[in-house]
Write a protein that binds this ligand. Sequence first.
Ligand SMILES: Cc1cc2nc3c(=O)[nH]c(=O)nc-3n(C[C@H](O)[C@H](O)[C@H](O)COP(=O)(O)O)c2cc1C
Length: 200
Amino acid sequence: MTVKVAVIYYSSTGNVHDMAVRLEQAATAAGAEVRRRRVTEIAPQAAIEGNPAWAAHVDATRDEPTATPQDIDWADVVLLGSPTRFGNVTSQFQQYIDTLGPLWAQGKLADKVYAGFTSSQTTHGGQESTLLSMYHLVHHFGGILVAPGYTAQLKFTDGNPYGVSHVSGPQSDLDLAGSTLEALDHLAQRTVAVAGRLAA
Ligand SMILES: Cc1cc2nc3c(=O)[nH]c(=O)nc-3n(C[C@H](O)[C@H](O)[C@H](O)COP(=O)(O)O)c2cc1C
């Protein structure tokens, strides 16, 4: 059986987008069929235009497919991504989640593997609380939370057992660093492997 992975995420300025692309690559390399889907942008145009990096990212991803509830219905593994906003997920991400009521009512969000990823500006800027906010959803869905924990030696380097997180601010090297890339690969491989074992 080919494991189906949906990478569902929001990104304003590209950091979470880059993480999603890496997860897509790693899950594909692990033998999965992958749908990478960005959440629809709902911010006012004036807010987007007030931030050149945001406007550039909206422009660059304009033609990429957007997430629908059907993408989660389709998937065995759902990898959820959002930037950290005041220690929580973004309103755009939450807007997508709020379209899932009909699927939830039919029990169609249950029994899938879920895990999360985020990016924040600062090291202690609320990454873990953002991931835990996502995981509240997983409990309501009846999903199977597959956090990375410290299940591989590399997790002692990136240091986040709750999911995968990137620090995008000036104290980091801005681009995704080696340990974060390795942690993203590990998360993709682990969730695909667990979903494969569940199916068996
Ligand atoms: C309204 C707002 C709130 C934010 N809140 C936080 C925060 O609580 N902690 C933090 O470290 N960074 C915070 N940030 C910074 C973003 O999390 C960070 O720039 C992230 O890497 C953006 O991801 P993206 O490039 O995928 O949009 C905030 C940014 C905005 C615009």
